[in-house]
Structure formats: structure tokens, C-alpha cells
Design a protein around this ligand. Structure first.
Ligand code: DGL
Length: 265
């Protein structure tokens, strides 16, 4: 039960999920893998994303992780089913389902979804939302540039403000009731997107919903860490060190984080 949770993403985006997990479950340790060498995932094929996701999951399980969080929408959309089948004996959660369940229940009005090209092309959010309620009105758009802006640590700049306006200032997106940030990089733009909508749309914060789902899954499997004596530990791996990853990870988790480089393929 004191074993760590394995969390992965193509880069810095999943740190938003890791931070929410730390906040909600401070007694849980985790190992984070950011596949910076292969980012962005959003423009890659299903086969490639499945291959990278499988290698990372295998690595995290070798580090004795007790559960896996796919902190990437693209991998959740294209690799979750495959990973679940391959690693069927370990609890695993994706970032799409908790958001779909929340939004389908709580939104009255048009739902907007932004994400990577691969996530939007997969249609996963729309499909799952309409499965729950086929009367929902859903619009979606790929906003891949936001991933690069986040990876460069260019949030809260003129560049990010212009990109957000360029993507969202149109008829479809102007009057949404909820906007799903269908990419774990996008909570890094949360306040900027909120100002774009001037508080008129709910910006759905997926990291908190995912942390909450993880907590339930750990309870269901009797996996919560009960050893309160030992402090939780956080380890970070990247497939290629980048300045932006170190700086964003340090912003979230403090200056003395343990960050190692690990090439898997
Ligand atoms: N953060 C990821 C996601 O949620 C991947 C972004 C990318 O690498 O393109 O989709």
C-alpha cells in the first residue's frame, strides 16, 4: 500500500494531474514519467502512441507502482483500452472518463472541447458524452499549438493570449456553457481561458476530477497508503531533460525534486 502511483504524459501536462493528486492524497507517493523525447503525442499515429504508452507503463510497473494514471488525453483516447487489456492486473485510470461523467451530469447548455489533433479526431469525448445523453450539444476543436506553448513555458504571455483568442473567438466556442480542457497541458492556461470567457463559461478542471477518481479506485482496491509515519516521495523521469520541464516541475513541487533522464526506446 505504501507503493507509489505511476503517472505519465508526453511531457509537462500530466504535472497538472500529479499536482492535484498530491493535493488530494498527500500521503501517496508517485513516480512521474514525461516522455519529452517523443512529445507532442497529439500528432502521432495510434500505433506509435500505443507503443510509447506500453513502454512507459511497463517501466512504471517495474518500479513497483501499485496503480497507473494515464495523465494524457491523447494516450487515454488511443491507448487506454490496449493498456488495460495488456496490464489487466493493475488498477488503471484515464483522464477522459471522470470529465465525461462530470460534464454530462452538470452542464446545461453547449459543451466545448479542445484537445490535441489525435484526441479530437478520435471523437472520444463526443462519443462518450452522447452515449450518456444524446441530446447534448457538443462542439470540438483541435488546438495543438497550446501544447507547444506550454512545453516552452510560454503561458501567460502575449503568445498564449493570442493563440487562445485565435482558437476560441468564433461563433461555435463563444457561447459554450462548459469548456472541457481535453489535454492535460491546458490547465496551465486555466486563468487565461477564464479571462477570455470573463467567467461566463465553466472551464472544467480535469486534474481534480482525475485525482478524485483515483482516490475512489484506491479505496475500491484497498490500496490507500496507511503508513502515515513515512513522508510521501515524488520521483520524476523524463525521456529527455528540457529546461521547461525542470522549471514547471519545480514550480509545482519545489526546488529539490528528484529528476532523472530515462530513455525507453
Ligand atoms: N498532454 C497530452 C494530452 O493530454 C498530450 C499533448 C501532446 O503531447 O500532444 O493530450
Amino acid at each position: 500500500m505504501a507503493k507509489p502511483i505511476g503517472i505519465f504524459d508526453s511531457g509537462v501536462g500530466g504535472l497538472t494531474v500529479a499536482a492535484a493528486i498530491k493535493e488530494l492524497l498527500p500521503e501517496e507517493s508517485f513516480i512521474y514519467f514525461g516522455d519529452t523525447r517523443h512529445a507532442p503525442y497529439g500528432d502521432k499515429s495510434r500505433d506509435t502512441i500505443q507503443k510509447y504508452s506500453t513502454e512507459i507503463t511497463r517501466f512504471l510497473l517495474e518500479q513497483d507502482c501499485k496503480a497507473i494514471v494515464i495523465a494524457c488525453n491523447t494516450a487515454s483516447a488511443l491507448a487506454y483500452e490496449k493498456l488495460k487489456e495488456k496490464f489487466s492486473d493493475v488498477p488503471m485510470i484515464n483522464v477522459v472518463d471522470p470529465v465525461v461523467d462530470y460534464v454530462a451530469e452538470n452542464t446545461h447548455g453547449k459543451i466545448g472541447i479542445i484537445g490535441t489533433r489525435a484526441t479530437i479526431k478520435s471523437g472520444i469525448y463526443k462519443k462518450k458524452l452522447l452515449e450518456i445523453n444524446n441530446k447534448l450539444k457538443v462542439v470540438s476543436k483541435a488546438t495543438p499549438l497550446l501544447v507547444g506553448i506550454a512545453e516552452e513555458d510560454f503561458t501567460h504571455t502575449e503568445i498564449s493570449r493570442h493563440a487562445i483568442k485565435q482558437y476560441l473567438d468564433n461563433k461555435d466556442f463563444k457561447n459554450v456553457a462548459s469548456l472541457i480542457l481535453g489535454c492535460t497541458h491546458f490547465p496551465l492556461f486555466q486563468t487565461e481561458i477564464e479571462s477570455f470567457y470573463q467567467g461566463k463559461a465553466e472551464i472544467v478542471d480535469s486534474p481534480e476530477l482525475v485525482a478524485d477518481r483515483l482516490s475512489h479506485i484506491l479505496s475500491d482496491h484497498g490500496l490507500h497508503n496507511k503508513d502515515q509515519e513515512k513522508e510521501a516521495s515524488y520521483d520524476f523521469y523524463v525521456s529527455e531533460k528540457t529546461g521547461a520541464f525542470s522549471s514547471i516541475a519545480r514550480n509545482f513541487f519545489g526546488a529539490d525534486i528528484r529528476l532523472k533522464e530515462k530513455v525507453l526506446s
